[in-house]
Design a binder for this molecule. Structure first.
Ligand code: 5IU
Length: 255
């Protein structure tokens, strides 16, 4: 059983996490496996990006704490756009602390992430206790097994242990964030791969980029594209282009 050759619809029965199942559905319906990294610092820009790229994405990934002008109303607006265009809100919080602290960071504070982000990221570093603390009935976690930066100190052993930890939490884990096909025989998990951009190899701050077709070949089920879209003069056009390239590469992989 190799997930790389299975169409998303055929992977739904293997997925124990509700968000993984919902994502497989959305991707199939909208024919997109594009996640935008909406890394902008003004609320108006964030909302514009959601409106413009909404038809082309399955996930809208935020770093809500980089907004200079955060107000709770932004969340309500994003939720309406997400419903209109059928995508999920995804806060890339990368939780990594003792369970109790991570739980408060998730539920409390001014962002109240739990109330709107059905999808979040977490480091595996702190281990099982933190995952228990983040468990809710209707959320999904992408666990970080690798990172796209040059000079990362994550090694093969850490990635393997992370995959094992994920396997112990099939109800909670929607998938893994990684750069290589780590869990071929677990079709219920989704490989999310950031560090995707055409025509650029790095950003001068350690980020490493691969092309859409290269990451799909290396096992990505969903690819994360940030500046390749956000810094384009026409984000909607750029999003549509990445969507098409990623989906074509996926069709080629499963055929
Ligand atoms: N991100 C990465 N690499 C990783 C992980 C997360 O780039 O390994 I884990 C995030 C950081 C940023 C987005 O929000 O994905 C990538 O944005 P650019 O496409 O603009 O580099």
């Amino acid at each position: 059983l190799n997930r790389l050759n299975l169409p998303f619809t055929e992977r739904i029965p293997y997925a124990k996490n509700c968000i993984a199942r919902e994502l497989f559905q959305i991707m199939t319906e909208k024919q997109t496996n594009l996640c935008i990294a909406a890394d902008v610092t003004k609320s108006a820009d964030l909302i514009n990006l959601a409106n413009q790229t909404g038809p082309h994405i399955c996930l809208f990934k935020t770093h809500i704490d980089i907004l200079d002008d955060f107000h709770v109303d932004v969340i309500g607006t994003l939720q309406k756009i997400a419903e209109k265009h059928n995508f999920l809100l995804f806060e890339d919080r990368k939780f990594s602390d003792i369970g109790k602290t991570a739980q408060m960071q998730y539920c409390n504070g001014m962002y109240k992430i739990k109330s709107w982000a059905k999808v979040i990221t977490a480091h595996s570093l702190a281990g099982a206790g933190m995952l228990d603390a983040l468990k809710q009935s209707d959320n999904g976690i992408f666990l970080l097994a690798e990172i796209s930066t040059s000079g990362s100190i994550i090694d093969k052993n850490y990635a393997t242990k992370t995959t094992k930890l994920a396997s112990q939490y099939p109800d909670l884990i929607a998938g893994l964030v990684c750069q290589s096909p780590l869990f071929l025989s677990e079709p219920g998990f989704i490989q999310l791969t950031p560090g995707v951009q055409l025509d650029v190899e790095s950003d001068g701050l350690g980020q490493k980029y691969n092309t859409p077709s290269a990451v799909i070949e290396k096992g990505a089920d969903i690819a994360v594209v940030g500046r390749g879209i956000t810094q384009s003069s026409e984000p909607a056009v750029a999003a549509e282009k990445y969507k098409r390239l990623l989906w074509d590469a996926y069709l080629k992989r499963v055929k």
